[in-house]
Design a protein around this ligand. Structure first.
Ligand code: GDP
Ligand code: MG
Length: 214
């Protein structure tokens, strides 16, 4: 498989309070299994996976806070140029739900007001310990223009769906002209020569023609 097979590259973030299962969600999406040993080492964690969305091949480049959120030190550079985000809370912890507004403000101010966000109520498998109802979270999502799913990084339920739903929405907005991949910091690159573009100045990257009919 050559680089030309990839149509787009999207930068994604996984944000939310510590302990909500962000690293496990990323791991489940990339490796298709539950991450047993949770370690809280600091650093940038990163994963990528190529997916097919509506006939287009998209490489998702996903950034994990890798424990920085424990110290409220998630940096601007982490957010910069993200096209999409999974905003995660834990359905068994009202505290993590209550902090969603802060995370949302950070994402929209530090990433982009246009960032596409899907709210994920994780640990769906722990329904007996639930502190946040599906209904109230879906209302919150609606009020804040977020997509919404309950997920389980443990069983894998809705994990792939969350990433794909977010990617599909971004792609639809590119194709409708609502999102401009060539805007600085859009978090979107054309895949054709994506590896080269990463290292090229913007002027050179902008000369490459899009592969979609937008
Ligand atoms: N039952 C259950 N536990 C989970 C799930 N996702 C994560 N966990 C557990 O929650 C804890 C925190 O997970 P982690 O991914 O490190 O959270 P992070 O701090 O947001 O990255 C760990 O003990 C995980 O095993 C899930 O979907 N269900
Ligand atoms: Mg983590």
């Amino acid at each position: 498989l050559t680089q030309t097979a990839v149509n787009f590259l999207f930068k994604f973030l996984v944000i939310g309070s510590a302990g909500t299962g962000k690293s496990c969600l990323l791991h489940q999406f990339i490796e298709n299994k539950f991450k047993q040993d949770s370690n809280h080492t600091i650093g940038v964690e990163f994963g990528s996976r190529v997916v097919n969305v509506g006939g287009k091949t998209v490489k998702l480049q996903i950034w994990d806070t890798a424990g920085q959120e424990r110290f409220r030190s998630v940096t601007r550079s982490y957010y910069r140029g993200a096209a999409g985000a999974l905003l995660v809370y834990d359905i068994t912890s009202r505290e993590t739900y209550n902090s969603l507004t802060n995370w949302l403000t950070d994402a929209r101010t530090l990433a982009s007001p246009n960032i596409i966000i899907i709210l994920c109520g994780n640990k769906k498998d722990l329904d007996a310990d639930r502190e946040v109802t599906f209904l109230e979270a879906s209302r919150f999502a609606q009020e804040n223009e977020l997509m919404f799913l309950e997920t389980s990084a443990l069983t894998g339920e809705n994990v792939e769906e969350a990433f794909l739903k977010c990617a599909r929405t971004i792609l639809n907005k590119i194709e409708s002209g609502e999102l401009d991949p060539e805007r600085m910091g859009s978090g979107i690159q054309y895949g054709d020569t994506s590896l080269r573009q990463l290292r090229q100045p913007r002027s050179a990257a902008a000369q490459t023609r899009p592969q979609c009919n937008c």
